[in-house]
Write a protein that binds this ligand. Structure first.
Ligand SMILES: [Zn+2]
Ligand SMILES: [Zn+2]
Length: 285
């Protein structure tokens, strides 16, 4: 018994070598960029790869798997899970389980990535690469654990990442590997993680949510709408995080396009949007 406790305590102090190795390896491949031919076409490939991977996290892992902000088919659910998984933040069940705990225990013991408890680096990438988080309790994910294909992605989490690298290399050669895979995946890895770290440290609070969540315009743009994080902590189930016209929320626009294409439906919208513009920020925030 004491041996089990000791080994789990030891594991808790260790990084997950597999996760960390892949993340470091993809970052290292970015060093190829100065040595490959640049073209605007390959820059566009990288931008497309970035947007698809980030949408996998923001629309898929976050707004769908964590919050049921819209409904979709089992097939498109898998597409979203695959895209999110390609951004190196582990499988959809792992990610959404941790995120549900983040909302349940925001900034309190039990929150897997609060910068107030663990500091910036833990909130940013430490919680992803920590050996302590390898096998989370998925009891809060019973609505999705019944899908074998999602359990497959959690177990074989590097398959989508490696597939992105293979597709980019076969289609566009070394520039594809460097720009379309390495750079795009590295940026798609960090961008949503900045919401967990800086999104709880820098910005303003429109709503008194009782936690450190912030609205941050720079993250709002770069992370395709996820930067309106205080809005989100206030109304977690909404598909829309930017609540006034100038709060750019590309993920929400993408969800509306997918709705028009009948790929998603049952999109959860705020009941009143115009009134929110008049809500004063929390004093001192
Ligand atoms: Zn948060
Ligand atoms: Zn959330």
């Amino acid at each position: 018994m004491s041996q089990t406790i000791q080994s789990s305590a030891l594991r808790a102090r260790l990084i997950n070598l597999g996760s960390t190795g892949v993340v470091v390896g993809v970052h290292a491949l970015c060093l190829l960029i100065p040595f490959v031919a640049f073209s605007w076409w390959i820059a566009a490939v990288a931008a497309g790869s970035y947007v698809l991977q980030v949408l996998g996290i923001t629309a898929g892992y976050h707004r769908y798997f964590s919050h049921h902000a819209f409904k979709t088919s089992r097939t498109f659910q898998f597409v979203l899970a695959w895209l999110g998984c390609s951004a190196m933040q582990n499988g959809p069940l792992w990610w959404a389980s941790g995120h549900r705990r983040h909302h349940r225990f925001s900034d309190l013991p039990g929150d897997p990535h609060s910068p107030l408890l663990g500091g910036f680096w833990h909130a940013h990438i430490g919680w992803v690469t920590s050996g302590a988080n390898d096998h989370p309790d998925l009891a809060n994910m019973k609505d999705f654990t019944r899908f074998a294909e999602l359990r497959f992605l959690d177990a074989w989490k590097w398959v989508p990442t490696i597939a992105t690298g293979a597709i980019c290399t076969v289609a566009w050669g070394l520039p594809g590997l460097a720009w379309g895979f390495a750079l795009a995946t590295t940026l798609a890895f960090h961008a949503p993680l900045f919401v967990n770290s800086l999104g709880h440290m820098r910005g303003s609070q429109r709503f008194d949510t009782g936690d450190s969540s912030r609205n941050n315009a720079i993250l709002g743009v770069l992370v395709l709408g996820e930067g309106w994080h205080n809005n989100h902590h206030h109304a977690q189930g909404l598909a829309r995080h930017g609540l006034v016209w100038w709060e750019v929320d590309v993920t929400y626009y993408a969800i509306r396009v997918l709705q028009a294409l009948h790929l998603v439906w049952g999109v959860r919208e705020p009941r009143v949007v115009a009134v929110i513009d008049a809500v004063a920020p929390v004093p001192g925030a």
